[in-house]
Design a protein around this ligand. Structure first.
Ligand code: FES
Length: 171
C-alpha cells in the first residue's frame, strides 16, 4: 500500500513539468511540436509514458504523437546523458578530421556508434549534420556551449572539466 502511494506520488511529481507545459500551450493540439520540444528539454528525451500522457491530455491518439516524435530527428525516444556532446559531421568538419575527435570521445567514455550514452547517464555523444558554423570547423556543441576548431585533446579536456565540476557539486 505504502509502496503504491509512493509510486503514485513519484509519478505525479514526474508529470508536474509536463502539466505546466501543457497548460502553457492551452492543451492545444496545434502546438504539439513546441509542447514536445519543451517536454524534451525538461526530461532530455520523450519516454513512452510521457508520449501517451501528452496524447491523452491534448485528445489525440498516441500514434499521432509518436509520428511527430519519430519524424523530427531533433526528438529522442531514448534516454540521454546529463551532458550531451554533439559533434558536427558536416562536410567542412569532416574534412577537418571531426572523426578523430569522435574516436577520442568514444575511447575516453567507453562509447561507440551503437552505444551513445554512458551507463551512469552522465554523457551522451552523438553526431549531427552541419551546425551552420563551418568557418569554425571542426565544431562541437556541449549542452549549450559551442566549441570551434576543436581537437581531440581539447574535447577530452572538456570531458575532464565536466567530471571535475560534477565531483565538486556532488560534495
Ligand atoms: S560542416 Fe560543421 S559546422 Fe558546417
Amino acid at each position: 500500500m505504502q509502496e503504491t502511494m509512493e509510486k503514485t506520488q513519484a509519478m505525479v511529481r514526474h508529470l508536474e513539468a509536463v502539466n505546466r507545459i501543457l497548460e502553457k500551450y492551452g492543451y492545444n493540439e496545434s502546438k504539439l511540436i513546441p509542447i514536445l520540444q519543451e517536454v524534451q528539454a525538461e526530461y532530455n528525451y520523450l519516454s513512452k509514458d510521457i508520449i501517451s500522457y501528452v496524447a491523452t491530455s491534448i485528445g489525440v491518439p498516441p500514434s499521432q504523437v509518436y509520428g511527430v516524435a519519430t519524424f523530427y530527428a531533433h526528438f529522442s525516444l531514448e534516454p540521454k546523458g546529463k551532458h550531451i556532446f554533439r559533434l558536427c559531421d558536416g562536410t567542412a568538419c569532416h574534412v577537418k578530421k571531426s572523426h578523430s575527435i569522435l574516436e577520442a570521445l568514444y575511447a575516453k567514455l567507453g562509447l561507440s556508434q551503437e552505444k551513445s550514452t554512458t551507463d551512469d547517464m552522465m554523457f551522451t555523444v552523438e553526431t549531427v549534420s552541419c551546425l551552420g558554423a563551418c568557418g569554425l570547423a571542426p565544431v562541437m556543441v556541449v549542452d549549450e556551449d559551442v566549441y570551434g576548431q576543436i581537437t581531440p585533446e581539447k574535447a577530452i579536456a572538456v570531458v575532464d572539466e565536466i567530471i571535475a565540476a560534477e565531483k565538486n557539486t556532488g560534495k
